[in-house]
Design a protein around this ligand. Structure first.
Ligand SMILES: Nc1nc2c(ncn2[C@@H]2O[C@H](COP(=O)(O)OP(=O)(O)OP(=O)(O)O)[C@@H](O)[C@H]2O)c(=O)[nH]1
Ligand SMILES: [Mg+2]
Length: 408
């Protein structure tokens, strides 16, 4: 929380095409509590960035001025046009332009308490740049030749990574394995992001249509989860803050999470424990609930239900405890109740499940990774950035160690 004791000030930093597409959905709303307009979309490719801005404009209707959006909410970085689906190129672009990235963040999102970094993990731009940018922020921005304001040191860095569809080409999965490793661990095998949230496209697919539209419902689900998470740091009676989310999982070295969401469930009919279970059946990655090591439950209910006592915080705690008991999991965790405007009896639930066994997500991707490992190590991809065997070996061993230790 910031020093003046207001609510947590979140900022969104998205890189790459998919990351930009997800972040652009924030602009479709009149209000973004907790975020306002602190959103930066970055890309190495000018035409992709234009597309993202055009999408923002569509979302915003007459309120969106293209040039203003380009100046305030968008940044083109790096000397290459695109990362050629090879993550070292995305990282290299961010390295070249770190001063500009940080400069824009300082200008457009001063005094942030927390960043939500968003990238797809199958591509090269977002997946290459975001882990590097986080690592730089967490280690004093040593690659940037500039004075860094004090507030930057205490920012919490959460990352949202999107896993490729199961059927996508092997290089997407190669990138994803490397991206997850680099979000979790620096080269020296210490914690990188404070919290890593994961969603897998194949797991939350409900979409029809193709092209960019196929992503719309997935992206809406992601935005809904982020909304619920941010809301809990804002309006709860007993505020759960992002600091509370990250501290214990980091101490446990189990700081990867997946959202699990149920929305619009009639709270006058269904028991809260049942609504929690509904959410648990909608995890954003394939995983087994009984491997969960940390869990947060955020229940959002109409203000009128809370005021009338129909739902209370003790109810939420009790439901959360009986839900964890029903799965026989003894987790570090917390539950909270947060109001939403309006009447009615529909409640929404976000479970943030952490520290679970990542193997169900990774199995298929490892096979693809191994298939490409020899051909891509030592190679220079399209844009000329070399990925050495030693670098790739560290990426692999860092991830394997983290996964093994959490697989129990
Ligand atoms: N959920 C979701 N996934 C997306 C979206 N757009 C792309 N993807 C996935 O992201 C991966 C491709 O990454 P992009 O975001 O296009 O890549 P990039 O970061 O722009 O990097 P390069 O184009 O490789 O330089 C694939 O696995 C896609 O399935 C989106 O809007 N939503
Ligand atoms: Mg791209």
């Amino acid at each position: 929380m910031s020093a003046n004791n207001t609510y947590t000030r979140w900022s969104v930093v998205a890189s790459g095409e998919g990351g930009g597409r997800i972040a652009s959905q924030f602009f479709s709303r009149a209000e973004n509590p907790g975020i306002d307009d602190r959103i930066l979309v970055m890309n190495t490719n000018r035409s992709d960035l234009r597309n993202t801005i055009n999408r923002l404009q569509e979302h915003m209707g007459s309120a969106g001025n293209e040039e203003e959006l380009m100046q305030e909410n968008a940044l083109e970085f790096g000397s290459q046009e695109g990362a050629g689906n090879f993550f070292p190129n995305g990282e290299q672009c961010a390295r070249e332009d770190l001063d500009r990235v940080v400069g824009r963040i300082e200008d457009e999102m001063p005094n942030s308490d927390a960043f939500m970094h968003i990238a797809t993990l199958g591509g090269g731009t977002g997946n290459g740049s975001i882990p590097y940018v986080i690592e730089q922020f967490k280690n004093g921005l040593t690659d940037a030749e500039m004075d860094v304001p004090g507030w930057i040191d205490s920012v919490i860095h959460t990352a949202f990574g999107v896993w490729p569809y199961y059927y996508e080409q092997p290089q997407r999965h190669f990138n994803a394995v490397c991206g997850l490793s680099r979000l979790l661990r620096t080269e020296d095998n210490v914690q990188n992001a404070d919290m890593v949230l994961l969603a897998a496209n194949s797991q939350i697919e409900q979409a029809s249509g193709d092209g960019a539209e196929q992503y719309d419902s997935i992206n809406s689900a992601i935005i809904e989860a982020i909304d619920l998470m941010i809301g809990a740091g804002r309006e709860t009676r007993s505020v759960i803050d992002i600091k509370d989310y990250v501290t214990i999982p980091s101490q446990m070295d189990a700081y990867h999470f997946t959202p699990a969401v149920a929305t619009d469930v009639d709270g006058s009919i269904f028991e809260l424990e049942y609504v929690l279970e509904q959410a648990a059946e909608n995890t954003f990655v394939p995983m087994s609930i009984d491997t969960t090591q940390a869990a947060y439950a955020i229940v959002r209910a109409p203000e009128s239900m809370i005021d009338s006592g129909e739902i209370s915080e003790p109810d939420v705690y009790d439901a959360f405890r009986s839900w964890t008991d029903s799965h026989d999991i003894n987790v570090a965790g917390q539950a909270s109740l947060t109001p939403k405007r309006g009447k009615g009896t529909d409640v929404d639930v976000l479970l943030l499940l952490g520290g679970f066994d990542l193997n169900p997500l990774l199995d298929h991707s490892w096979d693809n990774f191994e298939m490409l490992r020899e051909s891509l190590a030592g190679s220079a991809g399209g844009g000329g950035t070399n990925l050495t065997h030693a670098e790739l070996d560290r990426v692999v061993s860092n991830l394997k160690e983290y996964v093994d230790q959490n697989a129990g």
